[in-house]
Design a protein around this ligand. Structure first.
Ligand code: PHE
Length: 447
């Protein structure tokens, strides 16, 4: 007999772990800077529409596929269509997990360094900090190591236990910071930029950015939720779990904006500062706040933890694939995947000024993203691969596995779904693939 697969110990444990995967640097670091780069309110508007109309129904699809098959993304597809080319959609997810992890852990390393910087009050210059090769590589390796040690421990011991304690604390701290930021002089200008849509600023690139951000932030498009769904039991309610995760995740991103933009306009800075945005604005805000050094270091502690619950889920996808399909030992394979991630991530770690070649990599043209290796990876894996993954997986669930079987699976534990399954079926078969495809084609200037 093979060893039993992991399972969540409790319903709230699953919600916390899935929310832990979803909530991370995507909300606090990526969301504000893409809002800033894409002109503010109108972007936020489309982001919210995409979360509700595309992200949430799509999340049901991944979770139901995972729970029905009790497998990783490749294994799940293979169980339904053995040895078919559809497995490529699962492989794409496994590779995307490593791809995202390789640059995500670099940023996560920065947050760890900022715990110390805030604590001492000696923040220094951001661009000098990220251009130091030794420090960058050290922090990146450190973060990958911590992730690896936790994933080694498995589902309920490692992942669930920590998420349950730390995510609520993070929520409360963010809420207090929102209140503080809104009282700053000049906050209203920031609010206007952030919340008042100016639709003339919307382009094809903006729409892809909003869609990509919705998928990235909810951890969708690469099978994370297939994997996490596979640890669910049959009487769990997929709908209420997904809705809670999406609400938490979106609220936290919106809070991050409510903290950053008022503060940013109060300081008279440029919202389009790119990936550096949060690391420049927040420390400055903390330095001026009474008791700010303590609050600031606590903030970066919790942000590091939020990043950690996300890197754990990124690593868990390839690891669960190797365990299920190649029957390798969790303890061993975790290190193998981590080693590969380290190799792939070093160029990103060196791409913020430490090394000229990686800083001006520029393989993907500047009209899409920045020239540095990290931004290029973020665009390739964080936007494109997730979108392609989501198209393939929604077609697989909608047309190959079939909306009837998927709906039956969702209905177990959520009987009220019966009344709306027709609507969900329509969205998963037509709306999601078509909308994502249009946005993708539009981005590569097909029309
Ligand atoms: N959702 C995470 C965040 O917002 C990142 C992530 C993407 C995690 C895809 C897993 C899969 O930080």
């Amino acid at each position: 007999m093979s060893a039993p697969r992991g399972q969540w110990n409790s319903k709230i444990g699953f919600i916390m772990a899935a929310a832990g995967s979803a909530i991370g640097l995507g909300n606090i670091w990526r969301f504000p800077y893409v809002v800033g780069e894409n002109g503010g309110g109108a972007f936020v508007f489309f982001y919210i529409i995409f979360v509700i109309l595309i992200g949430l129904p799509y999340m049901f699809a991944e979770l139901s596929l995972g729970r029905a098959t009790q497998k990783n993304p490749v294994g799940a597809i293979n169980k339904i269509r053995p040895k078919s080319f559809w497995r490529l959609a699962g492989f794409l997810g496994v590779i995307t997990g490593v791809g995202i992890l390789s640059f995500y852990a670099v940023i996560a390393g920065w947050t760890v360094a900022y715990i110390y910087k805030m604590f001492t009050g000696n923040v220094g210059d951001f661009s000098a900090f990220v251009a130091d090769p030794g420090g960058e590589v050290f922090l990146f390796v450190l973060f990958v190591l911590i992730t690896t040690l936790i994933v080694q421990k498995g589902v309920s011991e490692g992942i669930e236990k920590w998420s349950k304690i730390l995510m609520p604390i993070f929520f409360i701290l963010l809420l207090s910071l929102v209140v503080y930021s809104l009282t700053l002089d000049g906050a209203s200008k920031g609010l206007e930029f952030y919340l008042k849509p100016d639709f003339s600023k919307i382009t094809g690139r903006t729409l892809l950015a909003a869609l990509g951000q919705a998928f990235f932030s909810l951890s969708l498009g690469m099978g994370t939720m297939i994997t996490y769904g596979s640890y669910l039991s049959k009487n769990d309610n997929l709908i209420t779990s997904s809705v809670s995760v999406a609400i938490f995740d979106t609220l936290i991103a919106l809070f991050a904006g409510l903290i950053i933009f008022p503060a940013l306009f109060a300081m008279g800075k440029d919202p389009a500062a790119g990936p550096a945005l949060v690391f420049v604005i927040l420390p400055e805000m903390f330095l001026e706040m009474p008791g700010g050094l303590i609050v600031g270091s606590l903030f970066f502690v919790l942000l590091s933890v939020a990043a950690l619950t996300s890197t754990i889920s990124l690593l868990e996808v390839p690891v669960s694939y190797m365990i299920d399909d190649h029957k390798v030992d969790r303890k061993k394979i975790v290190w193998g995947v981590a080693g590969f991630t380290l190799l792939l991530g070093i160029p990103s770690a060196l791409s913020q000024g430490a090394n000229d070649f990686f800083t001006n990599f520029g393989l993907i043209p500047a009209s899409y993203t920045g020239p540095d290796f990290l931004s290029q990876m973020s665009f390739l894996f964080g936007d494109i691969a997730l979108a392609v993954g989501a198209i393939s997986l929604s077609i697989f669930v909608g047309w190959v596995w079939g909306v009837d079987r998927a709906s039956d699976e969702i209905e177990q534990g959520a009987p009220f779904f019966r009344k709306t399954r027709w609507l969900w079926s329509f969205i998963i078969r037509y709306v999601i693939p078509v909308v994502i495809l249009l946005v993708l084609l539009n981005t590569v200037h097909i029309f």
